[in-house]
Design a protein. Structure first.
Length: 159
């Protein structure tokens, strides 16, 4: 299992179940047929900014750390996406719930793969060719957010 997939699963597990220790987390991941070492889980916890906080009964459990809303720090994924947009995107057009992105030659599939890996919430799926990507959103409004981000990646957000 890739790191990104494991991180997603860890987030889901700590949101669904009361996990109090790394050992409990390792055991729960085994239920999902994920084999990881304690060192790997420690790194994942640090990477995901998982902290211990008291639950409703006052007992500590793992939770995702939520920074203050004022924090405008872009995630590593968003930074990577911004860099790609600046480097390879030539033109962006929106047609209803579809966003069409023209890239420099032979880069559409790579860009689509990054979008698919990052899974921004406003993107349902991508279809890529040689130098064109079709980004599919749920509706016109979500496509408008994607288009705005692609036009102004350092100012807007889709995360």
């Amino acid at each position: 299992m890739r790191k990104a997939e494991r991180h997603l699963l860890i987030k889901q597990v700590i949101e669904e179940f009361t996990i109090r220790t790394q050992e409990e987390l390792l055991n729960k991941l085994k239920d999902y047929e994920v084999s990881a070492t304690q060192a790997t889980i420690s790194r994942d916890i640090r990477d995901l900014k998982i902290v211990k906080a008291p639950d409703e009964s006052g007992v500590s459990r793992f939770v995702l750390f939520h920074e203050a809303e004022e924090t405008e720090v872009k995630s590593e994924d968003e930074q990577r996406l911004i860099q790609m947009i600046e480097d390879i995107v030539l033109k962006v057009e929106r047609v209803h719930f579809l966003t069409i992105v023209h890239t420099i030659p032979d880069n559409a599939q790579l860009f689509a793969a990054v979008l698919d890996e990052i899974k921004p919430p406003n993107i349902v799926s991508t279809i890529a060719g040689f130098d064109t990507i079709v980004i599919i959103s749920k509706d016109d409004e979500e496509a408008r957010l994607v288009e705005n981000f692609l036009h102004h990646p350092t100012e807007a957000t889709i995360f």
